[in-house]
Design a protein around this ligand. Structure first.
Ligand code: FMN
Length: 323
């Protein structure tokens, strides 16, 4: 039986995982033989993520983090992913094991962040890319690296087109604005969402922030920012999955979290240029034009060196527990 204090320690560590819009769409429950992680469907993104693809990727990220934390606290985790429950909940069996190795990635759980500033384009050593490749090897999920101006430029039209589709949709913009926390006070109080300082937006009153985002931040200005980020990227990582269903989205999230923690260990920063994976017609174009064949694009991640930015907040841990 998992002691209450260990369960709480594992959950406290796990919720440091990333999630779309920092929505933290997960609920933990302690069970006799381990932990169950359920999707929290009250925290979905109906416009940005209508099929819950990113919700399940986020669930994979939190499951991977929970397993790393469990190992750190002396419990051997075993994930029951092949017998996923119909609602997509994940069961992690835990067994006390005095011989378990301390997971090297545990110390990077709090240092990892999504860093959205410009990177300095410095070349990433081949051995570090190899470490990232090794950390992310998993059947059914692929990670391809792209580097150099001409390879990176192949992604510009997809990013520009997908961004234009999203930003010209008033419902997409309203949903996004609803998740932005315009001041540190608001971000801390809510403990979720996109804290303005993490996305390079000044701290302002909500009314002013909403006005600026609705009327001044346009598809064109968004595109300019994203393409500038692409241009300053050292390496782009494209995550693909072999199938499009809950199981493979969860697997993608697990691989992605190992990638993020390994990048952090290597002093690398990362952030998302995901919009082409979020707009299905652009995703299909990528499959054909990049020769992905039977692989489905899930995440586009830029990597590079830069200073850290402010960290995103998390909700009170008790809000993530199913009582
Ligand atoms: C599935 C998924 C999709 C995401 N998509 C984006 C994105 O399109 N753009 C972006 O800037 N961040 C994206 N993020 C990053 C989240 O916004 C970020 O994880 C969250 O705000 C918490 O911040 P942290 O990663 O620094 O802890 C995504 C994260 C996940 C897990």
């Amino acid at each position: 039986m998992l002691p209450d204090d260990i369960f709480l320690k594992i959950v406290r560590s796990a919720v440091k995982a990333p999630s779309g819009h920092n929505s933290q769409p997960w609920l933990f429950a302690k069970e006799d033989d381990g932990i169950c992680i359920k999707p929290d469907f009250s925290r979905t993104l109906p416009v940005a993520d209508p099929g819950h693809r990113e919700l399940f990727i986020s669930l994979g990220c939190v499951a991977e983090t929970a397993m790393i934390a469990a190992a750190f606290y002396g419990y051997r985790p075993a994930l029951q992913i092949n017998t996923l429950n119909p609602d997509g909940s994940i069961k992690i069996l835990l067994q006390k094991d005095a011989t378990i190795e301390q997971p090297a990635l545990f110390s990077y759980l709090t240092a990892r962040q999504t860093t959205r500033n410009l990177y300095d384009k410095k070349v990433i050593p081949a051995e570090d890319l190899m470490s990232l490749k090794q950390a992310t090897s998993e059947s059914g999920v692929g990670v391809r690296f792209f580097s150099g101006a001409s390879e990176l430029r192949r992604f510009s039209p997809y990013i520009a087109e997908a961004n234009a589709i999203q930003m010209s949709n008033p419902s997409f913009k309203s949903e996004l604005i609803g998740w932005i926390r315009f001041s540190e006070k608001e971000a801390k109080q809510k403990g979720d969402g996109l804290f303005s300082a993490c996305i390079g937006f000044p701290s302002v009153r909500r009314m002013l922030g909403c006005f600026v985002l609705k009327n001044i931040v346009t598809a064109k200005s968004g595109e300019k920012r994203l393409l500038k980020q692409l241009e300053a990227t050292s390496v782009l990582a494209l995550f693909t999955s072999q199938s499009i269903n809950k199981e493979y989205w969860i697997k993608t999230g697990m691989v992605f979290q190992r990638f993020g923690l390994t990048a952090t260990m290597l002093n690398l920063n990362y952030s998302h240029l995901n919009s082409p994976c979020q707009v299905s017609e652009i995703g299909k174009k990528m499959i054909n034009e990049l020769g992905l064949h039977s692989e489905f694009p899930q995440l586009i991640i830029r990597l590079g060196y830069s200073k850290k930015m402010p960290f995103a907040f998390r909700r009170n841990v008790y809000h993530s527990i199913n009582h």
